[in-house]
Design a protein around this ligand. Sequence first.
Ligand SMILES: [Zn+2]
Length: 223
Amino acid sequence: MEQVFAPWRIEWVERDETESIDGCPFCVLPARKPTRDRESRIVARSQHSFVLLNNYPYNPGHVMVIPDHHTGSWDALNDTELLDHARTKTATINAIQSAFDPDGINTGENLGGDAAGGSIDDHLHTHLVPRWRGDTNMMPIINGTKVIVEALDDTYDRLHDAFTTLQPAVDTSHQMTDTENKQQETRNMGNNADHTSAMQQDADAEASNQAVTLRFDSHEISS
Ligand SMILES: [Zn+2]
């Protein structure tokens, strides 16, 4: 029998015994404080969707685009949510290409539970799996969680950077422009410059632990 290739059969599962999520993980994880996004492996958030790393990726960069709305049916999503999901998926494809430069990308869903090979069938999620010519599924033969965790940290950083770079419309309302920053720095010279730079470092660290906010140039996804 010819084997059907379906990398998205590697479903999201809890990382280890110490992590116990009460309820639907695709509802629980994004509801945590944004400062826990890195820990939850949420790398980007849009108005109605988020991007989650797979804990046991088929390949580096294996993520899922998940609507916030808890439903297993595409019919239950309204037009705004559908458009937001499509735009988030597009942004994620661009981020994967920028971060990993794969030869191709598989995208897919398991609808209808175990018959389709999925494990979480009551909350829609679209897998995106980067592919390279001649790649094989390496993760299952890597013995040891540490390797996977390190690989996931690297994947998180790469995608986080890619989303940030590719996201020109990021909210800048509370951020200072470069010129304003320089003026501020000049003002702070000689008095509390060290304090300011420490604060800046804290802000940078906090930003790198939070998902990149995706904003789309679309009236339909404004609320
Ligand atoms: Zn859910």
